[in-house]
Design a protein around this ligand. Structure first.
Ligand code: HEM
Ligand code: HEM
Length: 158
């Protein structure tokens, strides 16, 4: 990351702000990990229930998708903090890909907060709708990421 240069008391922002290769790989593995495990949970939960002696029951793999999802979720939260200091604030100040980047950041904050809420909401109706909002926005996040990734917006200093 080479976007900032300190000159006295002022920080000069300059492109490019590409993410260093090793962090980019970590970011992509974590992003795909959290997305795929979430989608697999939805598929197994709604469409791949198995027959038991007393009718249909939860697919045993569902639990594993949730366990791995939780692991990737912790990593995502950590990486979001890192991205905040290394990417998000810098891009925002440069007014570069603000719309798609800001949406990405907002969606990530929503996923972190709604994922956390899933642990503690007691009311079954609220829990159900929070979970549906969480994975609905989560599934859509991939499209938002591609829009951000492919965006042609150029830097505009304020
Ligand atoms: C969770 C939030 C975000 C994620 C996961 C994310 C992720 C990424 C990724 C993976 C790239 C491609 C990097 C590369 O090819 O090296 C990228 C590029 C970029 N992002 Fe973000 N981004 C986020 C938020 C933001 C925000 C809030 C802004 C600015 C307001 C922003 C501005 C940019 C810009 C300007 C580029 C192009 C950099 C270049 O081509 O040198 N991003 N982003
Ligand atoms: C920053 C990204 C994300 C974070 C921090 C996050 C966090 C969490 C957390 C903490 C849980 C509760 C885990 C548990 O009950 O043990 C959860 C559940 C879940 N998440 Fe995510 N998640 C993220 C992204 C996603 C995405 C992208 C999807 C979908 C593609 C998704 C789908 C789900 C599903 C289906 C559940 C299970 C809901 C239920 O138990 O009813 N999540 N997530």
């Amino acid at each position: 990351m080479t976007a900032t240069r300190a000159t006295g008391t002022r920080t000069v922002l300059k492109p490019p702000m590409r993410i260093a290769r090793q962090y980019r790989i970590l970011l992509y593995v974590t992003g795909w990990g959290v997305w795929l495990t979430g989608v697999l949970w939805v598929l197994f939960h709604y469409f791949m229930r198995v027959k038991g002696p007393f009718g249909f029951k939860t697919n045993p793999l569902e639990e594993w998708w949730l366990i791995t999802h939780g692991g990737f979720a912790v990593l995502s939260t950590f990486l979001f903090g890192w991205m905040w200091s290394q990417h998000i604030v810098i891009g925002w100040d440069m007014r570069w890909r603000r719309r798609s980047g800001g949406t990405m950041a907002g969606v990530t904050i929503f996923l972190i907060l709604s994922g956390y809420a899933i642990y503690y909401i007691g009311d079954p109706d609220w829990l159900n709708w929070t979970a549906i909002a969480h994975w609905g926005i989560g599934v859509a996040a991939l499209a938002i990421f591609f829009i951000h990734w492919l965006s042609k917006s150029r830097p505009r200093r304020a």
